[in-house]
Structures are given as C-alpha cells and as structure tokens.
Design a protein around this ligand. Structure first.
Ligand code: HEM
Length: 396
C-alpha cells in the first residue's frame, strides 16, 4: 500500500497543481489522501472516473452527513457553529449540499431561472460594470492589485446586475451578505430576505430574481430569495479567482496573449481553456453513501472523497499535452472546472460571459498590461482546496 498524500497542499504557481500532488498524478485515477486532522479519504484524479462517480447516486453531496470530510480547521469550526448560524449556512448550501429528491426539485427551479435570452440581455450591463472597474483601476494608477482593484469587484457587481440588485442598493447588499458566514449571520439573513421581498415587487428587469419569480409564481418568494443568495455565495469567489488566476496565466504567456489581442473571436475558447488549467475548485467534496467498487478497489460507505480538478483537467488519457495553454483544442468546453453530474455548475454560462467580457476589456483597454514583478512568486491563499490569490500586482 502506498503512503497517503497530505491534502490540500498549496500551489506555488497559481495555475498549476500543488507540487506535492505529483504522487497523486502518478497514481491516477484514485488514491489515498490524509486530511489536516489525520483522517484518510480518497482523491479522484482521473477524468473518466470523475464523470462516472459524480453521476453515481452512491456518491453523496449531503453536507449534514456526520462522515462529511472537511479540508481544514476553518471548515471544521463551521460545522460546530450554533444552531441559528447553522440554519443560515444550511439555507445557503441547500443546493450543492443536498441529494435527490430534494436536490432535483430545487435544481429544476435554479436552472429555469437561466432563461435562454437572459445572458444576452445581461451582456450590456456586465460590460458596463467591467468598463467601470477598469476605469477606476486606471484612475487609481499603476501598479495595482488586480484581485482587489478588478477581479473581485468586477465579479461581484456583475453578479448583482445578473441577480437584479439595483445599483443604489448594492453597497447595502454587499455589507449584509458579508455577514452571512459570521456571528451576525441570522440578523443579516433576515434583513436580506426583508429587503429582497420588498424588491421583488418593485423592479421588473432582465434578472435572475425576476426569472425565478416567474417560475415559482404563487409558491412564494422565500424559495426565490434563497436561490438568489445561493447564486451569490456560489458565484462570487469562483468567478473572481478564475479571472485573477486566469489573468496570471495569460500574462505569463505573452505569445498567447498577443494571439488573443489580434483575434478576440478566440475569447470564448480561451476562457474555457484557462478555466481548465486554473481549476479554482480544486477539491469537490463528497461522501460515499454505500460501498463502491472501482477496478478492484472499494470506496467504503462513509469514506470521504475529493475530486482534484487541477489533476483531473490534466489527465493525459483525455488531453494531449495537458500542461500547454492551447485554446485550439477540439472541444475546449469539455473540461471539468465546473464539475459534472447533477451538481454541475448551474451558473457556468454566466461565469463564461463575465470572464469573456473581463478578459476582452482588459486586453483592449490596457495594451501594456503586465505583471508588476515578473520574476516574483504569486502567493495563493494557504490551506485551502479552493484556490484564491492573496494579490496579483500588475502594471500597464
Ligand atoms: C468561473 C466561475 C465558476 C466556477 C469555476 C464554478 C465551479 C463550480 C463547481 C466545480 C461546481 C460543482 C460543485 C460540486 O459538485 O460540489 C459548481 C456548482 C455551483 N455553482 Fe458554480 N462556478 C462558477 C461560477 C458560478 C456562478 C457565476 C454561479 C451563479 C450565478 C454559480 C453557481 C453555482 C451553484 C448554485 C452550484 C451548485 C449547483 C448544484 O448543486 O446543483 N457558479 N460551481
């Protein structure tokens, strides 16, 4: 039996797997890992096996399962919050953290909100948000931290536009949502619900809020409001980090950057190829609800399972030259950066639109955009399986 590998480990290059995952890559598609508290779990690292297991009903998403694996001490502490605070977290994870039949019913509403024309209708508003953030960053002057000056606010304010939060209320909304995972969670949640209930009757716009109200109809706004908040907490850091880390990858590939500037029609494929390499959600979590046989190995009931997307998206059985940033691959959208199976990211087309506009605008407006310290290390937030940057200093 081979020695389990510690998980999660920090990346040294923001868009490459942690160097310590090399042993996991060599043992694809399945191997043992040790979590921060000494508990062992499984790492799934193969592309085909990931598609198979994420669609298997014996692989549970039930966050309330006592055997649910946790990646670090902060996540463990959240499981010991008081009852009221736990209730708020339960509501905010009531899609990603539940199994069928509860999941299927709520997911149907979540999907129906993304009507076919919604993202096209949103594009001018998303462009206006991104234009504003670039202008603010430029007015502030170089060098700037691309995370706080651009990626994070561009993602957040784009989400507010998509959700249907009017500009004049966005600061208030930001303050309240900032409290949702802290000690004032219950008050913040109640205030947000009261605010959204008032808003629901007032502002018919092209937005998720209105689309959800149209789908849910008389069943009441509580469900709609919960979904709006779920989209916000699921969509912000994922999109923000994908923009920031994607930009770091682009800025370290000047020849690819030049190609993209010369031909912006490549942007949609480039966004997907960057998402494949970047794989910010680098440890989708599950627990086995029954014994599962995988090529002679048993994942036992109650075992924790982590899907290591940075390795899955580089599986040589699926990708030729997986380390190469190449948006001319036959199917750039087939990566698993958005997961797979019933919980596959419901907001992925919105995320794609935001990223396309963000990268397209940065390249067009800032032809001299480059890393402020090309030789320096770009630090990632330590101790997390979700990858975020501490900062990304740039100049132009
Ligand atoms: C580049 C940005 C994004 C990335 C990389 C990303 C990644 C993911 C991944 C990997 C999952 C699967 C989680 C699991 O199976 O446990 C997921 C689920 C989800 N994502 Fe995203 N996401 C992004 C943006 C967004 C946006 C913009 C929204 C909403 C507007 C969103 C809403 C959700 C929701 C609600 C789920 C749970 C779906 C379910 O359980 O049925 N995401 N995302």
């Amino acid at each position: 039996m081979t020695e389990p590998v510690a998980f999660p480990q920090n990346r040294t290059c923001p868009y490459r797997p942690a160097p310590g995952y090399q042993a996991l890559a060599e043992r694809r598609p399945l191997s043992r890992i040790t979590l921060y508290d000494g508990r062992e779990a499984w790492a799934v690292t193969g592309y085909a096996l990931t598609r198979r297991l994420l669609a298997d009903p014996r692989i549970s998403s039930d966050h309330s399962d006592p055997s649910w694996p946790v990646a670090n001490a902060a996540a463990a502490a959240a499981r010991n919050f008081g009852a009221d605070q736990k209730k708020v977290i339960g509501r905010l994870t009531a899609l990603v953290g539940v199994d069928d039949p509860e999941h299927r019913a709520r997911r149907a509403v979540a999907e129906a909100g993304f009507t076919p024309g919604l993202i096209d209708a949103l594009r001018p508003k998303l462009q206006a948000v991104v234009d504003r953030q670039v202008a603010e960053m430029v007015a502030h002057g170089a060098p700037a931290d691309l995370v706080t000056a651009f990626a994070s606010p561009a993602a957040l304010f784009s989400l507010y536009e998509a959700l249907g939060i009017p500009r004049e209320d966005q600061e208030y909304f930001k303050q309240q949502t900032g409290q949702l995972f802290g000690p004032a969670a219950v008050t913040a949640y109640d205030e947000l619900v009261a605010y959204l209930t008032k808003l629901a009757g007032q502002h018919p716009t092209d937005s998720l809020l209105d689309a959800y109200l149209a789908v849910v109809g008389d069943r009441g706004t509580a469900e709609v409001l919960q979904l709006v908040l779920i989209m916000l907490v699921s969509g912000h850091h994922t999109t923000s980090s994908s923009i920031a880390i994607g930009a770091s990858a682009l800025l370290q590939h000047p020849e690819r950057l030049a190609e993209l500037r010369a031909d912006p029609s490549l942007l949609p494929a480039a966004v997907d190829e960057l998402s494949r390499l970047v794989a910010v959600t680098d440890g989708i979590q599950r627990v086995a609800a029954a014994d599962i046989e995988v090529d002679g190995t048993t994942i036992a009931e109650g075992d924790g399972v982590f899907f290591v997307l940075s390795l899955i998206n580089r599986d040589e059985k699926h990708y030729r030259q997986p380390e190469v940033l190449d948006w001319h691959r036959p199917d750039p959208g087939d990566h698993l950066g958005y997961g797979a199976g019933p919980h596959e990211c419901v907001g992925m087309d919105l995320a794609r639109a935001i990223m396309e506009i963000a990268f397209g605008t940065l390249l067009e407006r800032l032809p001299g955009l480059r890393l402020a310290d090309p030789a320096g290390e770009i630090p990632v937030q330590p101790g997390e399986s979700f990858t975020g940057l501490v900062e990304l200093p740039v100049t132009w």
